[in-house]
Ligand binder design. Structure first.
Ligand SMILES: Cc1cc2nc3c(=O)[nH]c(=O)nc-3n(C[C@H](O)[C@H](O)[C@H](O)COP(=O)(O)O)c2cc1C
Length: 341
């Protein structure tokens, strides 16, 4: 498999409700070059909300991370960037793509696409307060009649962003339809800063197609990593060892004994033992940060994702929604390990 000579990194995208400390650590261990926190309210961060601080927790195994902030007020975002910088992210990203009505109503997320000059103002204010590089993540526009990603990008570059992620959908599309990779290609061609592509990278093969079709400088994986952090080890193992090294490949230490496991294929056929081991590791790490009860409740959605497509998965999921201790999960996780392939 010959990718292309560039070193294109793969990132875990910001995913609200999923990309917390434990999941990011696992994706990083699997070979993600960088994982983004979920979007964090600049206002809550400035107010010192304890739950918000938890979103910034980082496991010592996650050597690098990126923080994403959302908001609409340049002063608040600047203050938040200064606070975020204390957590030593490699980049602080501004959310310009969230389509959720509550966020839009507050003028944040994708609402910023309607006032591109505000994005420039915010980026400049953030840059004034920190030396951590600032990036933005945006959609192609508000709706089909107001596609303006090139205009937004030009303003953001002028304001000094270090990179731009483009999710190839409009705000109006939400998550429906097909992501517009042509827009990612056009932006990559026309922008002087690195462009990362986002949208519909649901398996390793799609990541490779995105790189080939768009020539983007990095690929963000969101839904494709949920229940499937193995997508990052797949990506890093696709190439020959020399190229893999260039992609900052790091063998996932958890699975060294399984790293040549033949069941791990591009098609997503997995060794259930590996899924089970990852799921338990995920749950235990989560409990260290959130406390056992909260971690067990939060883990239900991850459990559903880990068992997606597994024979007998629906019965396991029905039982998992009642688990509130690790010991209650363990017998279910053991069943995953024994699932027929
Ligand atoms: C449940 C969920 C939560 C998300 N949360 C965020 C977020 O906090 N910040 C952000 O910029 N994008 C967020 N996104 C968008 C993703 O980062 C990504 O751009 C989008 O899902 C398209 O990529 P995919 O096809 O790989 O899922 C979220 C998407 C989903 C499905």
């Amino acid at each position: 498999m010959n990718f292309d000579s560039r070193n294109v990194p793969f990132f875990l995208a910001p995913v609200a409700g999923y990309s917390d400390v434990a999941f990011r650590a696992i994706c990083f261990e699997m070979g993600a070059a960088l994982c983004y926190t979920e979007m964090i309210s600049a206002e809550a961060l400035v107010r010192g909300h304890p739950k918000t601080k938890l979103l910034l927790a980082r496991d010592s195994s996650e050597r690098y991370f990126a923080i994403q902030l959302f908001g609409s007020n340049p002063t608040t975002l600047a203050k938040a960037a200064r606070i975020a910088a204390d957590y030593k992210p490699v980049v602080i990203d501004l959310n310009c793509g969230c389509p959720v009505p509550k966020i839009i109503k507050a003028g944040a997320g994708a609402a910023l696409l309607r006032t591109p000059e505000r994005i420039g103002e915010i980026v400049r204010a953030m840059r004034d307060q920190t030396s951590v590089p600032i990036s933005i993540k945006m959609r192609t526009g508000w709706d089909q009649d107001s596609i303006n990603y090139l205009e937004v990008a030009a303003i953001a570059v002028q304001a000094g962003v270090c990179a731009i992620t483009l999710h190839g959908r409009t705000r109006a599309q939400g998550y429906s339809g097909k992501a517009d990779w042509e827009a990612i290609k056009v932006l990559s061609e026309q922008t002087s800063v690195p462009v990362f592509g986002s949208g519909d990278v649901l398996n390793a093969g799609a990541a490779i197609s995105m790189i080939r079709e768009t020539r983007c400088d990095g690929v963000m994986v969101a839904r494709g990593a949920i229940g499937n952090p193995f997508i990052f080890s797949d990506l890093n193992e696709l190439d020959n060892p020399k190229e893999a090294e260039a992609y900052s490949y790091k063998p996932p230490s958890l699975f060294i004994e399984n790293s040549s496991c033949p069941e791990r294929t591009l098609l997503g056929l997995r060794n259930p033992g590996i899924i089970a081991k990852t799921a338990l590791h995920h749950l235990e790490m989560s409990a260290r940060y959130l406390g056992e009860r909260t971690a067990c409740i939060e883990f239900r959605k991850h459990f559903c994702a880990y068992t997606r497509g597994l024979p007998g998965g629906s019965e396991l999921r029905a039982k998992a929604v009642r688990c509130s201790t690790i010991d209650e999960y363990k017998p279910l996780i053991e069943i995953i390990a024994k699932a027929p392939t």
